[in-house]
Design a binder for this molecule. Structure first.
Ligand SMILES: Nc1ncnc2c1ncn2[C@@H]1O[C@H](COP(=O)(O)OP(=O)(O)OP(=O)(O)O)[C@@H](O)[C@H]1O
Ligand SMILES: [Mg+2]
Length: 313
């Protein structure tokens, strides 16, 4: 597919999805939200550091999209869905996108928190329509991000949330059960809160493959750090970092996710931008610069935690 054809398809899909929103909006009143489509996703498994087991498992699911006939030959049906679970910022979205890339599938990103803020229990009907569109366009990865939002706990008081969520999940399960075996579609849900995911969703024939996406250990952090550095240098088309002294950096990063490491590198680079913008000279990012960025980042994080747990309220 050429870039032009991909752009055309993206526009057409986006129009169809907007039509669904408009139609359901008329029916239920004031509905907003977005489903983002990526016709030719480009994140590769090689862009993901660590996560050896999760990567291998997720990579295997691509066969469900590219060679469903193989499953038939072995007397089974291809999987329909996967639940990725683990702490925030550990690469769940990236894994889902890499799967779509490796299978040359269209990636549909459904951010459930945004949708349910207006849709509440009617999300079931929306998801049904999105599934229908996705199935009509060849290979698809439907990514249900923030699956814990299906509990509707953020919208309704507990008793109503339980009831509305049960209806929503029942509709979604019905739709999943109704996906034909020949459909080249994989539903990938992602959550950092397994306690808020309905057990009905993860029963056989639904999102019945569970993949843990854990926080990186020190070796994995090192791999992620080097991958991110290389990507930033490719983007800037020049060296940005001095060689990093990992023995100094890694002990300071215990418990940090890939998203945290991304943010630390960004902050170290931002510091350079400020210096140059103010007429100064800026050298490459050194280990010392990174240590300072880690320190600043930790301080910001501790304030965020205090706000989250209400100590400033
Ligand atoms: N294992 C990893 N390898 C490379 N980059 C990573 C990894 N984990 C996280 N990142 C980086 O951190 C950022 C967040 O990753 P991603 O969105 O995939 O995390 P997530 O698990 O989906 O987070 P959330 O639960 O908050 O949705 C991305 O920009 C990504 O580049
Ligand atoms: Mg994510």
């Amino acid at each position: 597919m050429s870039k032009l054809e991909a752009d055309d398809l993206r526009w057409a899909l986006q129009r169809r999805i907007e039509d669904v929103f408009a139609k359901l909006g008329e029916k239920f009143g004031d509905l907003t939200g977005r489903v983002e489509t990526d016709i030719r996703p480009s994140v590769s498994f090689d862009d993901i550091g660590g996560l050896v087991h999760a990567k291998a498992t997720v990579r295997g699911f691509a066969h469900a999209l590219t060679s469903p006939d193989l499953y038939q030959q072995w007397g089974i049906t291809p999987p329909k869905g996967v639940l990725l679970y683990g702490p925030p910022g550990t690469g769940k979205s990236k894994l889902a996108r890499a799967l779509a890339t490796s299978a040359a599938a269209i990636f549909y990103h459904v951010k459930l928190f945004n949708l349910t803020s207006k849709f509440a229990a009617n999300t079931g009907e929306l998801l049904q329509e999105i599934l229908r569109i996705a199935m009509s366009e060849g290979k698809a990865v439907l990514f249900l991000d923030e699956a814990e939002a299906l509990s509707l706990e953020h919208l309704l008081p507990p008793p109503q949330a339980r009831e509305a969520s049960a209806r929503l999940v029942a509709t979604l399960c019905e739709r999943l059960d109704g996906v034909p075996e020949t459909a080249r579609i994989l539903v990938i849900a992602s959550t950092s809160r397994t306690d808020a995911v309905d057990a009905a969703l993860v029963t056989p024939g639904r999102l019945d493959h569970l993949v843990e996406v854990a926080l990186p250990d020190a070796d994995e952090q090192r791999e992620i750090l080097e991958l991110l550095k290389a990507r930033m240098e490719r983007t800037a088309a020049r060296p940005l970092f001095e060689p990093v002294d990992h023995r100094k950096i890694l002990p300071m990063m215990g418990g940090m996710s890939g998203a945290d490491i991304t943010e630390i590198l960004r902050r170290a680079l931002e510091e350079k931008v400020h210096r140059v913008a103010e007429g100064g000279q800026a050298s490459l990012v050194s280990t010392q610069d990174l240590l300072e960025a880690i320190d600043r980042y930790k301080r910001v994080r501790s304030v965020v935690e205090k706000i989250r747990y209400g100590q400033y309220l």
